[in-house]
Design a protein around this ligand. Structure first.
Ligand code: NDP
Length: 286
């Protein structure tokens, strides 16, 4: 009999099946359920016949499905009384708040989470998850959740886990998609890769290219100094980037959107300011 906490995993897609395998490998008695049966083959876990049975098996229920409506469908008939549900699926912050109330109405507690690694990273060094919801529920199951990676509890508002997750996903996607554009422009990704690797490292470091630290201070201070590289100059440069893609016969969706943002900021009178003045445009368009 294991002394480790029992855990149920609902959803055995790429993420959920790896989570279940990771809990089981760490010695947690693991029960699983998936809408389409038969996905537990090869897992050191007990496959429950129904979602309700899976929920009944453990105080801690970790959910990984495509979105939150999948949880509403799956657990409509389950008794959630006294259960802590930790949902690591993607959805909007507002949907997470609704889900928290939905679980509470059924006697359970919802902890929301945004897991920041793909399946091969689960439980590996560097893995972490943004959690939101009641502090006590996270604290009570922290050591079990740490099997998946570091536990970063970002607040009690259930929507916060997705706000942080989506903030990071936005950076992840725009960075990589920009790389796809640039690699297409050069026509040889490997020729570009070392320069991009250096840029990404330098952006986060403290040297003259350490823009992450510099722009963070500017954004938080609400000051956008443009003496060294004003926004008008960069708006013109952004048009040249679009022209380069256009001349090469490539799609201009992403560079075009950036250029459009620059142009609007320039027209709005931020031309003499610095790059960080763009946050004023971002805040205004909401
Ligand atoms: P998959 O597409 O591999 O799996 C989706 C899972 O959702 C399956 O178990 C599927 O069940 C289930 N599902 C879908 N619709 C329903 C429904 N209506 N009712 C019940 N179950 C349903 O996705 P992943 O495992 O890759 O991702 C799971 C979540 O994790 C997503 O929200 C994703 O955004 C997030 N995520 C994914 C990462 C990744 O790298 N893969 C990284 C970080 C987060 P069935 O087998 O029956 O179709």
């Amino acid at each position: 009999m294991s002394s480790r906490e029992a855990v149920t995993v609902i959803g055995l897609g790429a993420m959920g099946s790896t989570m279940a395998a990771t809990f089981a490998a760490a010695g947690h008695p693991t029960t699983v359920w998936n809408r389409t049966p038969g996905k537990a083959a090869g897992l050191d876990a007990r496959e429950a016949a129904t979602a309700a049975e899976a929920v009944a098996a453990s105080d801690l229920v970790v959910i990984s499905q495509v979105d939150y409506p999948a949880m509403f469908d799956s657990l409509a008939d389950a008794d959630l009384g006294g259960r802590v549900l930790v949902n690591l699926s993607s959805d909007s912050p507002e949907r997470l708040r609704e889900a928290s109330a939905w679980v509470a109405e059924r006697g359970g507690t919802l902890v929301t989470g945004g897991i920041m690694v793909p399946p091969p990273g689960i439980g590996k060094p560097g893995a972490y998850t943004f959690y939101a919801g009641p502090e006590e529920a996270v604290a009570a199951h922290r050591s079990t959740l740490e099997v998946l990676g570091r536990v970063d509890h970002v607040g009690t508002d259930p929507g916060l886990a997705m706000l942080y997750y989506q903030a990071m996903l936005n950076i992840f996607w725009t960075t990589l998609i920009s790389y796809f554009y640039s690699a297409s422009l050069i026509g040889n990704a490997e020729a570009l890769r070392p320069y991009v690797a250096t840029l990404l490292t330098d952006l986060a470091a403290d040297g003259p290219m350490g823009f992450l630290r510099i722009v963070t201070a500017e954004i938080d201070a609400g000051e956008y100094p443009g003496a060294q590289n004003n926004l008008h100059m960069q708006a013109v440069g952004a048009e040249h980037v679009v022209q380069a893609f256009s001349e090469a016969g490539l799609d201009v969706t992403v560079p075009g959107a950036m250029s459009e943002l620059f142009a609007r900021a320039d027209q709005a009178g931020y031309g003499a300011d610095g790059l960080t003045a763009l946050v004023e445009m971002i805040r205004k368009s909401s």
